[in-house]
Design a protein around this ligand. Structure first.
Ligand SMILES: *[C@@H]1O[C@H](CO)[C@@H](O)[C@H](O)[C@H]1NC(C)=O
Ligand SMILES: *[C@@H]1O[C@H](CO)[C@@H](O)[C@H](O)[C@H]1NC(C)=O
Ligand SMILES: *[C@@H]1O[C@H](CO)[C@@H](O)[C@H](O)[C@H]1NC(C)=O
Length: 371
């Protein structure tokens, strides 16, 4: 072993050890693939051929068609052309449910997805995880009766010409947009287009809107206003520190899930202009709350309000003094909280983050040495 000038110790790192590292990674990734169950494997192992699709989809083991329930699904089929939806036509009289998940379409077509064929019985369309970027306003035209639309896990970038995408499906009750939008474009502009999309759609029956996992640090003020029947708004796993919404439009809403956002405390605007106008038990609020000498107001408010569901489960994730870490917000003795320990400085998450980057830097330097 030798020591370099900057103090790093060079471990002999041969091509062989590099190979065994890759072998390890391969084993890990394969075993996790097995755990998640590759549907194509299940399909091949299934001696039952009842579910093979008719027509061209029959060539793809990743596609299953269940006539009894009128369901078609192609999962991880690697399709790249949205023309594949046309292959369904002519083979099935009625279809209730279509799932295309784990493909790579990029663009939905600027014509009805199923061409000129109408599917009045189609209630459930699942287009999740297909790398969809562009929606196009005509894509959902021939399926007027869908109730459930799942566009989660895509890379959607809205354009002005897409804002009638939802205008042909007035009966929608559930709209899933979990981790659906790419975060690399101007959010202000995307919010404007999203509100146009929602307003144009006139979704008077929409009950559930899922915008979880979208890295949102704010939401449009009028987000709920286009949806008079909205009951549940899912904003889990975003980056909200506070929230400002038109509460007049939330009068029918009974669940707003704000879990795993960036709330550290609940500021006055959150309490007085938002939460106090909501129905009882509406908010689900599991976050990394901070408890210190500045926390009395929001902690007292949590104790006094009936708007937070399961408020007994909320705890001080960081606290000064530290012995109150893990204390329930409804129980922590507020007068004993102080500001002796700074809560922001010693962030365990950045700690492990920097450990990982040190490890990566080490690994990289060894790879470079080996080359
Ligand atoms: C859409 O399909 C995916 C993959 O099968 C599934 O995990 C997800 O729950 C489905 N969405 C809905 C709304 O059923
Ligand atoms: C984002 O878009 C808005 C409205 O179109 C504009 O006012 C703003 O300057 C843009 N922000 C950035 C960072 O480009
Ligand atoms: C909130 O929404 C209601 C109902 O749509 C509307 O009348 C009101 O003007 C909105 N308030 C604000 C401040 O935008």
């Amino acid at each position: 072993m030798e020591s370099t000038s900057d103090g790093w110790i060079k471990v002999p790192f041969t091509a062989r050890s590099l190979l065994s590292l890759f072998a390890c990674l391969l084993i890990i990734s394969e075993s996790s693939a097995a755990r998640h169950g590759d549907p194509t494997i299940i399909q091949e192992a299934d001696p039952n051929s009842r579910f093979i699709c008719k027509g061209q989809l029959g060539d793809f083991p990743a596609c299953t068609c269940i006539e009894q329930t009128s369901e078609i699904s192609c999962i991880n089929a690697q399709f790249v052309e949205a023309d594949v939806f046309l292959h369904i036509n002519g083979h099935y009289k009625s279809i209730n449910k279509i799932t295309f998940h784990g493909n790579n379409f990029q663009d939905l077509p600027d014509r009805p997805l199923f061409g000129t064929t109408k599917y009045p019985g189609l209630h459930h369309l699942n287009l999740s995880a297909n790398y969809i970027v562009n929606l196009n306003s005509n894509a959902l035209k021939s399926i007027p009766n869908i109730r459930v639309l799942d566009l989660s896990n895509n890379e959607i970038v809205l354009r002005p010409q897409d804002t009638n995408f939802l205008s042909h499906t007035p009966l929608l009750t559930h709209l899933y947009l979990r981790r659906a939008f790419t975060s690399s474009v101007n959010r202000t502009r995307q919010f404007e287009l999203m509100m146009n999309l929602f307003t144009n759609a006139k979704l008077d029956n929409l009950q559930v809107l899922d915008l979880s996992y979208n890295y949102l640090s704010s939401v449009p003020y009028a987000l709920a206003c286009p949806f008079p029947s909205l009951n549940k708004l899912d904003l889990r796993q975003n980056m909200l520190k506070t929230i400002s919404m038109n509460t007049t439009c939330l009068s029918g809403v009974n669940t707003i899930d704000l879990s795993r956002n960036s709330f550290r405390y609940l500021d006055e605007a959150f309490r007085q202009k938002f939460a106090n106008y909501l129905n009882p038990e509406t908010l689900i609020m599991r976050n990394t709350f901070f408890c210190d000498c500045n926390s009395a107001d929001y902690i007292q408010w949590i104790r006094s309000t009936n708007v937070i569901r399961e408020r007994n489960l909320l705890v001080c994730s960081r606290a000064s003094p530290q012995n109150f870490i893990g204390s329930r917000l409804v129980e922590v003795p507020v007068h004993k909280l102080d500001c002796e320990t700074p809560l922001v400085a010693e962030a365990p998450s950045t700690m492990s983050g920097s450990l990982i980057s040190v490890f990566l830097a080490l690994l990289l330097s060894q790879v470079l040495v080996a080359v």
